[in-house]
Design a protein around this ligand. Structure first.
Ligand code: FE2
Length: 413
């Protein structure tokens, strides 16, 4: 079994140096863009990112006049146009379908779909807002996974009703662990913890008032902390970094993991990390009360829609306050994750001194994950660009915490 993601070694000869001014404003980038720092190429913009003024401003602030593109990009630079799936996005019927499917399907990790194993649930691919069945299977008619069955792009999903079968399938894979190397087995264990956290979070969002679920979240959070304390590198396998679309349950797990990493990084004791992580993983539980059509909407929200979304903070607080399994101290992470030190946040527009540590940490983790997550209509920002944006929003976030966060992320790669 092989779970490792491929790393690409890039050498000098594959790159072309181009003047920043050759890149056209307000167009999607037709190639990935790199900079060279201390002899190392760093990807700063993803293919498809829209070239905004911010793009140029960030480069200017860093005194960068030249960037690098892969050699194959030169033709694209000349023609410089990239088709987007805008037509699909603008179709109300396509959107309605998409929103319906998204709520009834659950996104799974492609690393679990191992060639040579059998599944007894159907698997779908989500691409450009469309769901395509790629494996047709059931208990009565299981189907074998082959090397070429699983497409490399788009998200893979199963129907929510098949979740118990998917869990059984993961358990079956776990039993084969003795057949793989120790390193791969460590990686697999982290992936299983992440997947259990995701499944549980999707259940919490369906039934936010179930005390049983919150208790289980406590167990998963403990597992995440133990794993990260014993092996800081495991954060890479605990995060979902390659999604095609945004799912609240996946985002919640990422924010929980990132906050845990930051808590550990700044030397919090275990009990405090636990309380921070509980608040961080459940920070968006209030979204369970917001209509799906608003949450899944592509593009700009109206003022009314935005005001409805903002209510998720107080709704989440109200739900968790009633759970005796949820630590009272953790509530602050939920309540303050959209507050900004500058006072520009919500729901209370609190200023710096009023925003507590758990709120500050969860805010950074939340922003970072939101920016680096892909959406059907736009590729994700690179970690480099996302961090540049967060750092740039002067006065919004805690500078010392940001430094620690960047240091912690440095360990991820
Ligand atoms: Fe939120």
């Amino acid at each position: 079994m092989k779970y490792k993601s491929k790393r690409i070694e890039i050498s000098d000869k594959d790159f072309l140096k181009i003047d920043v001014n050759r890149i056209i404003l307000n167009r999607p980038l037709p190639f990935d863009v790199y900079i060279k720092e201390a002899g190392v190429y760093k990807k700063i913009f993803n293919k498809g990112n829209i070239v905004s003024n911010l793009f140029f401003e960030i480069l200017k602030e860093k005194n960068i006049d030249y960037v690098y593109i892969e050699e194959s990009g030169i033709e694209k630079l000349k023609s410089s146009a990239l088709k987007t799936s805008e037509t699909v996005l603008e179709s109300p019927v396509a959107f309605k379908n998409y929103s319906f499917f998204k709520e009834n399907f659950y996104q799974i990790d492609r690393k679990f779909l191992i060639s040579g194993t059998e599944v007894d649930f159907s698997i779908y691919q989500l691409k450009n807002l469309r769901f395509i069945k790629i494996i047709d299977a059931s208990i009565k008619k299981p189907s074998m996974i082959y090397d070429d069955t699983i497409p490399e792009d788009g998200d893979l999903l199963i129907e929510k009703k098949d979740l118990p079968l998917y869990k059984e399938y993961i358990e079956f894979l776990s039993k084969r662990l003795d057949k793989i190397s120790e390193e791969e087995s460590e990686e697999f264990k982290s992936l299983v913890i992440k997947e259990s956290a995701k499944i549980l979070m999707s259940q919490v969002l369906n039934e936010p008032r179930s005390g049983e679920n919150i208790k289980k979240i406590g167990d998963v959070v403990s597992n995440i902390i133990e794993t990260m304390l014993s092996k800081p590198d495991s954060i890479y396998n605990l995060l979902n970094l390659k999604n095609y679309d945004y799912y609240t349950y996946t985002h919640s797990v990422n924010v929980g993991v990132l906050a845990t990493g930051l808590g550990i990084q700044i030397g919090m004791d275990r009990d405090k990390v636990y309380k921070l992580a509980m608040g961080a993983i459940l920070h968006d539980i209030g979204k369970s009360q917001i209509p799906h059509e608003i949450l899944n909407k592509q593009g700009k929200l109206s003022d009314t829609e935005y005001n409805i979304i903002k209510q998720h903070v107080l709704l989440g607080h109200e739900i968790l306050e009633k759970h005796k399994e949820f630590p009272e101290e953790s509530l602050i992470a939920v309540l303050q994750h959209h507050e900004r030190l500058s006072g520009r946040g919500y729901p209370f527009g609190l200023k710096a001194e009023k925003i507590k540590l758990f709120g500050r940490i969860t805010a950074i983790a939340d922003c970072y994950d939101a920016l680096t997550t892909r959406r059907p209509y736009k590729p994700p920002l690179t970690p480099y660009f996302a961090l540049s944006i967060i750092v740039r929003e002067k006065g919004d976030h805690d500078t010392e915490l940001l430094k620690a966060f960047i240091k912690m992320l440095g360990k991820v790669k």
